[in-house]
Design a protein around this ligand. Structure first.
Ligand code: AP5
Length: 211
């Protein structure tokens, strides 16, 4: 299975990608997590993208595409993957299609979530440095402020501040939402109603994939 999870910021793509990847035994590849790791490790790429991410804009296509294609070429992705947060522009979608060649995407799952629910989800999100994600009301950790998986302290992402979320939503509408029509035109888009509990949505995703 070669899957893309597409949708606005805070729609639940990362939460579902982690659960579905686990069920299908394929890697969850999240460009946002990869870029945040570059920033945390103070690499050259991290230094280049930090300010862009902090203001909620998109990292240049060539940087993120090179990083993503190198990850997809690793042996653990040979039998499939879930891409979370990539592609986000038409140029990225075309570069991915060209790199995959005849092994084209199996499906693109589009997470359809109302904007007021997105704001509620993002404002309650807490993250750990290794990418585990919680919500203060819907999915709290067992001990407040501590990751259940690795004991790390949880934090609020800098780009989850209200004014940055507004920028991210408008960047999504302008640059990423046209990919819905792009993939619909290829008959591989599957629309998913993103409202509801985490496990119910995972069951919906698996059903859409015939699993
Ligand atoms: P990225 O990290 O990809 O951010 P995003 O797309 O804005 O998505 P989010 O991580 O905000 O949300 P999500 O849909 O994964 O939701 P989640 O599962 O966490 O990108 C960050 C930045 O990196 C970008 O702004 C850009 O600068 C750069 N970047 C990354 N990729 C790029 C690319 N390809 N090109 C250029 N730049 C790129 O859920 C959100 C919250 O809701 C959590 O608290 C969760 O617990 C809760 N929740 C989840 N599901 C449910 C549910 N069913 N019910 C209730 N609560 C729920």
């Amino acid at each position: 299975m070669r899957l893309v999870f597409l949708g606005p910021p805070g729609a639940g793509k990362g939460t579902q990608a982690a659960q579905v990847a686990d069920r299908l035994g394929i890697p969850h590849i999240a460009t946002g997590d990869m870029l945040r790791q570059e920033v945390a490790a103070a690499t050259e790429l991290g230094a280049e993208v930090q300010a862009i991410m902090e203001r909620g804009d998109l990292v240049p296509d060539d940087l993120v595409t090179d990083m993503l294609l190198a990850r997809v070429a690793r042996p653990d992705a040979a039998s499939g993957f879930i891409l979370d947060g990539f592609p986000r522009t038409r140029a990225q979608a075309e570069a991915l299609a060209e790199a995959l060649g005849e092994e084209s995407l199996t499906a693109v799952i589009y997470f359809d979530v109302a904007e007021d629910e997105i704001v509620r989800r993002i404002s309650g999100r807490r993250s750990c440095p290794h990418g585990h994600v919680y919500h203060v009301e819907d999915h709290p950790p067992r001990a407040a402020g501590i990751c259940d998986e690795d004991g790390e302290g949880l934090f609020r992402r800098d780009d989850d501040a209200e004014e940055v979320v507004r920028t991210r939503l408008s960047v999504y509408r302008e640059q990423t939402s046209p990919l819905v029509d792009f993939y619909e035109g290829q008959s591989i888009l599957r629309r998913l109603a993103g409202a509801g509990g985490r496990d119910a949505i995972t069951a919906r995703v698996l059903a859409l994939l015939g699993q």
